[in-house]
Design a binder for this molecule. Structure first.
Ligand code: TRP
Ligand code: SF4
Length: 368
């Protein structure tokens, strides 16, 4: 059996999250862990967050009101955002509301090395698009600190320091195929993840999709081995991918009509929603008699992950579907409406965030 290798730079299909947990040394995010968190958000309550590493440390910091940080990165090469970015923002926001200090970095060095985007271009794109878009998705600009990798000397210094603490064989074991630009990006990302602790040693949580797990593994390996800084092992949460509208596990840009980008024309996205794969029966008669299969339905998955906040409402759809009381056509229309509304709302917030960029806290680093 071929082992699924998660490649953070490629698009992979992850069939089986249980296998991902095992192969990548993640702990399952389960009922027991859920109970440790006050006011869990939709993604946690519904186990869209399926895995974690060392999350007890964060639960403990919240409980005892100790300092902790949240960190995530934005790739300024991407033309648009996607629903995965939305999940990251929701997790950052959740931890922020529980008292964590949030850092969001622009991975301009990674974009330069792996996507050939110049630093000037990356800065322009981040200021005009990515940062206001993250704010439109719900980040609180007053409580979030942003920085650019290329301007953060401490991050780069750490990358150099750690370069002698991972062997080429370890890089290969974690990433498979390698080249120098990937090695540079990995070391820089390790620097990012540890950056909050350079200011002060404290727990840090990194909410990511499973495609970023190799970076956490590399970072945690280095921290375990290299004690010079006394860093605490970073924690992580992993959330599931949002499936493609045609039913594949993960949305892929190569199938534009099955892919929900952010932003997107609200009318167009609504139309695309109507093409989603469902878990319905072939005919209305059969649907009434046998009921549908929400577990196999992309529309239901979108309700669950993104579109319906209220658990009771979601449950009603689940039961109604299984009992054959609701029909896929109506369900898809509802999903189309909700997605359209989400995009309209996003566009409004995005326009507002763009003119309020002067309120955003972007770290300035002195020439030293
Ligand atoms: N590699 C990440 C991506 O492709 C971006 C990134 C850079 C990042 N540094 C990070 C993400 C630190 C999380 C934490 O999207
Ligand atoms: Fe999916 Fe709704 Fe059809 Fe059930 S009724 S299979 S939830 S689209």
């Amino acid at each position: 059996m071929a082992e699924t290798k998660i490649d953070p730079w490629g698009a992979v299909l992850i069939e089986d999250y249980q296998k991902v947990l095992e192969n990548y040394g993640m702990e399952p995010f389960d009922e027991k862990m859920l109970k440790k968190f006050p006011n869990p958000n939709r993604l946690m309550r519904r186990f869209v967050v399926f895995g974690h590493q060392d999350l007890d440390r964060i639960a403990d910091a919240i409980k005892h009101k100790k300092e902790f940080a949240i960190l995530t990165g934005i790739m300024p090469s991407a033309e648009k955002l996607h629903l995965g970015n939305k999940m990251v923002v929701e997790m950052v926001k959740y931890f922020q509301e529980q008292g964590g200090k949030a850092f969001v970095l622009v991975a301009d060095l990674e974009a330069l090395a792996t996507r050939d985007v110049s630093l000037e271009e990356a800065e322009k794109r981040a200021m005009e698009f990515h940062i206001p878009a993250y704010i439109a998705l719900g980040l609180d600009p007053k409580k979030t600190v942003f920085y650019f990798q290329s301007k953060n000397k401490k991050v780069r210094d750490m990358a150099y320091d750690f370069s002698s603490h991972l062997t080429l064989n370890e890089f290969r074991a974690i990433y498979g195929d390698l080249n120098a630009s990937k090695i540079m990006s990995v070391l820089t990302q390790i620097g990012d993840i540890l950056y909050p602790q350079i200011e002060k040693i404290m727990p840090v949580v990194v909410p990511v999709g499973p495609d970023q797990s190799p970076h956490l593994r590399a970072c945690r390996d280095v921290v375990r081995r290299y004690k010079k800084y006394n860093f605490i092992l970073p924690s992580a949460t992993y959330h599931k991918f949002t499936p493609s509208l045609d039913g594949d596990m993960k949305m892929s840009k190569s199938k534009p009509d099955s892919y929900v980008s952010i932003p997107e024309d609200p009318e167009k996205v609504a139309k695309n929603m109507l093409t989603s794969k469902t878990g319905g029966q072939k005919t209305i008669e059969e649907q009434k008699k046998l009921g549908g299969k929400p577990e196999e339905c992309i529309v239901f998955e979108l309700f669950k992950q993104h579109l319906i906040e209220d658990d009771k409402e979601l449950n009603k759809i689940y039961e109604g579907c299984r009992a054959g009381k609701i029909m896929c056509g109506d369900c898809k229309k509802k999903a189309a409406e909700l997605m359209k509304k989400f995009m309209e709302d996003f566009n409004k917030k995005f326009e507002k965030a763009k003119v309020e960029m002067d309120k955003v806290n972007i770290m300035k680093f002195g020439e030293k």
